[in-house]
Design a protein around this ligand. Sequence first.
Ligand code: C5P
Length: 244
Amino acid sequence: MSSIQPKDRIVVALDVETPAQALALVEKLRGLVGMFKIGKQLFTAAGPDIVRQIVGSGERVFLDLKFHDIPNTVASAGVEAARLGVSIFNVHALGGSAMMRATVDAINAAAERENFTKPIILAVTILTSHDQSSLHEIGLERSIQEQVIRLAQLANSVGIDGVVASPLEIAPLRASIENPNFVILTPGVRPAGAALNDQKRVMTPGDAVKAGADYLVIGRPITGAENPAAAAQKISEEIEQAVA
Ligand code: C5P
């Protein structure tokens, strides 16, 4: 288990429409969580300025844009993400080893040239919205778990730092990736007793960390709570107890 502080494991999903809503959540949660996730909705609405503002205010950002394109384009987009000062960004492993390697190489070169801290680069393997039949539809015949592990191993082999993985994938990934520093970031986390919303296969924060997750992406249980700060604090305590 990595030695990250319980609160620093919490990545709050800023799934909101406006920069004002995002910034209000950041203020409420300042000092209580480790990072804020900006995804396609907020980024498309608010652009890179919202990233700059949150990073500029001293908070860490995971830019969840899941890049998937030709190697040169993804590598260049990754460098722009790093220049924004994000702590994590991600790419689709289905983009292939050349795309992932080009991104890792471009980030390493730019970090040295421009003197910035290298962000953690994660790969998305198979989206959890897929099931076996939707994979078959696009010509992927392996079981979901085999496919996830294959893509994670490919990512690891070209220097990607880790993966986004559902709670149920954490243990099989830890068992099959030899790199102990491989980062696992896990959405689909629900504190005991919380509403599932549209999440189907969930784990509690404590169980996910015990299974081997480094970071937990948590949205509505915190952002939809009457008191987001108290909800975040309670989750930190739950993680702390679980790993004690
Ligand atoms: O509100 P909730 O905790 O369900 O938010 C989870 C966040 O993690 C959302 O931003 C969602 O898009 C993201 N996510 C997920 N499941 C995945 C991948 C990402 O819930 N498999």
